[in-house]
Design a protein around this ligand. Sequence first.
Ligand code: MGD
Ligand code: MGD
Ligand code: SF4
Ligand code: MO
Length: 902
Amino acid sequence: MRDEVKTTCPYCGVGCGLIISPTRDGFAVGGDPDHPANFGRICSKGAALIDTITAETKRDFRLLDPEVDGAKTDWSTAISATADRLRDTIAQHGPKSVAFYVSGQLLTEDYYVANKLIKGFIGSPHIDTNSRLCMASTVVGHKRAFGADVVPGCYEDLEIADLVILTGSNLAWCHPVLNQRLRAAKEKHGTKIIVIDPRRTASCDIADLHLPIKPGSDVALFNGLLAWLDQTGNTDLKYVARHVSGYEQAVAEARADCPDLETTAKKCGLDTHDSADAFGSGLGKLETFFSWFAAFDRTVTVFSQGVNQSSSGSDKVNSILNSHLATGRVGKPGSSPFSVTGQPNAMGGREVGGLANQLAAHMNPNDPVDVDRVKRFWKSDVLEPGEGLKAVDMFRAIETGEIKAVWIMATNPAVSLPDADRVRLALSRCPLVIVSDVVSDTDTLRHAHIKLPASGWAEKSGTVTNSERRISRQRPFRDAQGNAKPDWWIMSEVAKSMGYGKSFKYSGPSDIFAEHAALSEFENDGLRAFDIGVWHKAKKSAYDAMEPFQWPASRKNQPITGSERLYGNGIFTTSSGRAKMIGVEHIIPQSQTSADFPLVANSGRYRDQWHTMTRTGTAARLSAHRPEPLLEICAEDAARYRVKDGGLARINSKHGTSLMRVAITDAQAPGQVFVPMHWNDVYSAAGGIGRLTPPNVDPHSGQPETKYTPVSVEPFVAKWQGLLFSNTPVDLGNLPYWVGATGQGSMIYEIAGEQSCMFKSLLPMAANTNDEQIIEYSDSKKGIHRYARLSGNRITGALFIGPDRPALGRDWISNLLAADALATPERNSLLAGRMPDAGAINDRLICSCFSVGLAAISKAIVDQNAVSPTDIGRLLQAGTGCGSCLPEIKEILDDALPRAAE
Ligand SMILES: Nc1nc2c(c(=O)[nH]1)N[C@H]1C(S)=C(S)[C@@H](COP(=O)(O)OP(=O)(O)OC[C@H]3O[C@@H](n4cnc5c(=O)[nH]c(N)nc54)[C@H](O)[C@@H]3O)O[C@H]1N2
Ligand SMILES: Nc1nc2c(c(=O)[nH]1)N[C@H]1C(S)=C(S)[C@@H](COP(=O)(O)OP(=O)(O)OC[C@H]3O[C@@H](n4cnc5c(=O)[nH]c(N)nc54)[C@H](O)[C@@H]3O)O[C@H]1N2
Ligand code: SF4
Ligand SMILES: [Mo]
């Protein structure tokens, strides 16, 4: 037996430590009890990691060989082609005609090489990353307030705080293990929790108070708070006098913006006379929030994309930091603002300077001294001061032809950038598109001239930094698939082939990490908080044995001491040592609703999908939670726009259109809808939402406003609907509606159309086999058609068409496709369109650890009198694994119990 391997989860910024153990037929994954991010905990996505790496190899999801102009080739040809074409572009159009667009899913070592190659050797400033869509506003906010991009707190703060405010963060679904830690802390000592989010989310499950603010009104809310704190004498003026500048001005602006509760409430769309009196305090919800903030010294404000992804994102961040600075609550135990990062290495990217407006190791591309320092360290001839183009502008420059070559790594901009049709247009016009990815098909790869296969998580070696500045090792536990290679290797080989060999002679990631560490301490006067100098000469053996640690890890004396929390002593990384409060003003989002586009589309994440689904979409148990993208809308708006629960609807914006299934919910406020960010052209006909989003950005950070898109909604009247099961991929390109989900034994496609078609042709026969046959049953009068494709005694495909959505047990049929042979009763049921277990019809998976669906939970409530999540856990095990589904179990109970009592 091979040994266990300790590694880090490749999904969210919590950065959980995992233990991979070999099993007889593969691997098993579990939480690492010694890792300080999770202490053994894990969530549904982490728990399904082995499913995804098994599925990707079984089903040809991986990109296995380099491809140049559509033809598979070997590495030496692909490297030369990449290097030659980049060199030609530079020779003809200059170095600034080349751009890199990279990602917080690269490891620090990959990221360091990308930044060094383009800025220091190709001589172009144009490198930006998907962190522009994610954390850019926070970076601006941190730098303006603290002088450096530093998250002052740590995870333990959420456990020891008395008040935790989650604003613009759906922690329960997006940082589930941190949410588990918070839930446990609340159970232990009654932490108060406030959720600030326009919609009711799974995170509200453990909240004492939910403020459903008007989308985009966070600055008004926190300005109102600051003005109120000042007015009521609840600020810490001693701390401010010693450690903060800009207090008077920030308070004056806050007061001018939101002088009193009424004005704040109005700007935030809240009611001052609402029902918060449930706390017996006589106060409204808004005032309850203010008074709790004042009352609890140990307050942590967690913020994420509801704050960042906004045309006033940077100001939203500073309005939060202002409230913490005014009360002296930064970097103290249980008391800090806390930006939770999204991607596993969002932080590492910020450390190597992968954003267009960063240099390296927290240095400034506009400061000639910093630029000269990095230039000497890299022995670069071409590095010069100046920023590069930020993501949205970069793709504009590709469209206009200013940029002629782009290398995209570990991100899928054709889906995730706003105004995605325009991004696709830019890519289709670009003379040289190079894409490095681990999977074989993405919307972005479809535009690539050169495709480079990168090794995936299970195969990669390097480091990542999580939300609390903790650097952990990702360690490989299986060989690279096909000819895939690590990203740092691919770039270093291209660098060598372009003639920069001397500077890219790395024998492995440990060399790169040591160089990165050496740069972090190089001529560091202490104002660069990011210093990991202790690793400056790290050998491979020490690097391999690295235990998770938080930065800084400096060899020198720093004004900041310790690394668990920073700035707790009130000394900041600015030249004066003082933090700065920034006066901010509430402004409304850049695009506003109109008669044509009357609703605001908010967007975000589902519990079990990761971004554009390239990995989570391959696992059946992750796909079952939400097999289709849903348009979530309140009943009032659904009636107004004539869309039905379970029906289909078109969503239109000024920029594009998409088509989704409707889910009516009271979690949405009138005038707003919620759509997921995950679907794309690989998994759906029109489930992507990047096409709808306007390319509006925050003026300081360049971060797009992906949470606020004016849209209209209209019913899509399907003439027929269907379900298609197939264990070979099916091209449904001509249908207006299809969504593919990975089922247990096959792909499962929901389909619908406005016109009848040759249904049978949707279930294609495999090429080169004679033993396949299609059995069919049709009742044209009723519009019912059923087909089964058989290969010998095995069923390889099934298609069910009807005027309505066929009510079928998806798992039951999908499993039949995985069976070696079909038993006679099953065959008969299938052809008769009869399912053996009617209870499982159109079920929805709730607990992915123990595969428990909505039907089983509802049954336990009715038949076995389950009244609490504990009862459900005892009866069905649901919710006793990773716990990610507890909010949904509670909601099902809440929905069912009053009815059961009637
Ligand atoms: N399951 C899952 N987890 C993930 C990811 C994933 O793809 N899937 N991705 C990871 C990444 S990269 C990131 S960046 C994080 C994101 O983590 P989060 O930021 O928690 O996730 P989102 O769902 O994008 O948005 C959070 C909330 O912001 C709310 N919101 C919208 N507008 C406003 C507003 O104006 N004000 C306020 N206060 N709130 C608003 C939305 O309703 C939403 O509930 O998740 C990480 N974790
Ligand atoms: N409307 C809307 N849009 C959004 C958001 C939103 O909330 N709403 N959120 C934004 C945010 S916060 C983010 S972070 C982005 C995420 O958006 P993207 O970064 O575009 O999404 P991913 O699907 O994670 O893309 C990562 C790609 O890299 C590949 N990959 C994975 N590992 C590796 C590796 O090691 N090497 C290489 N070379 N490739 C690899 C994957 O297969 C995948 O194709 O989306 C943004 N877009
Ligand atoms: S919370 Fe879940 S997705 Fe995030 S790092 Fe931990 S196991 Fe991975
Ligand atoms: Mo993100």
